[in-house]
Design a protein around this ligand. Structure first.
Ligand code: HEC
Length: 133
């Protein structure tokens, strides 16, 4: 006997399939910013950790969630070609960008208790080109 429950189950499975299709379409649709950086640069950015332990803690808590994910549109850690033109503003300009927020970056880069010196160290670290593997 094909019960009503069988029909319901099929409907449910179809709905799940449609949902997955939409998800895949949505994910590939927002791939635009990630075309700025290759998956290799993204993978490399995730290997980098600041030497100073305090700075490393702030980095992993506040900055790395965006600056190692190409889809956020953030310049990736160690990606010299992404940081080069930005650094043209000078360190003070860069720190000012973080404090006031910039484009997709929220004010203070989500580190509300960071001071300018810490931002400087974080920027210095992220903007330093990673050594070629
Ligand atoms: C929620 C995501 C997010 C977080 C968290 C974040 N950033 Fe960013 N950051 C971005 C994005 C996106 C950009 C590029 C914005 C643009 O160019 O429109 C950016 C750009 C920058 C820039 C370049 C600004 C400029 O003037 O070109 C600096 C410097 C920077 N981030 C530093 C930091 C630091 C330091 C932290 C941690 C304290 C941090 N960010 C945390 C998303 C983030």
């Amino acid at each position: 006997m094909t019960s009503i429950w069988w029909e319901v189950r099929n409907l449910y499975l179809n709905a799940k399939r449609v949902f997955l299709l939409i998800l895949v379409a949505a994910l590939s649709g927002c791939g635009k910013p990630s075309s700025y950086s290759s998956p290799e640069i993204e993978a490399a950015s995730r290997q980098l950790v600041p030497q100073d332990t305090d700075i490393a803690a702030i980095y992993s808590r506040s900055c790395s969630s965006c600056h190692t994910v190409a889809a956020t549109g953030a310049p990736l850690t160690g990606d010299g070609s992404a940081w080069g033109p930005r650094m043209g503003k000078g360190m003070d300009g860069m720190v000012a960008s973080v404090i006031s927020g910039f484009g997709g970056m929220p004010p203070f880069g989500l580190c509300m208790d960071c001071d300018a010196q810490q931002f400087e160290a974080l920027i210095q670290f992220m903007a330093t080109p990673a050594e070629a593997p």
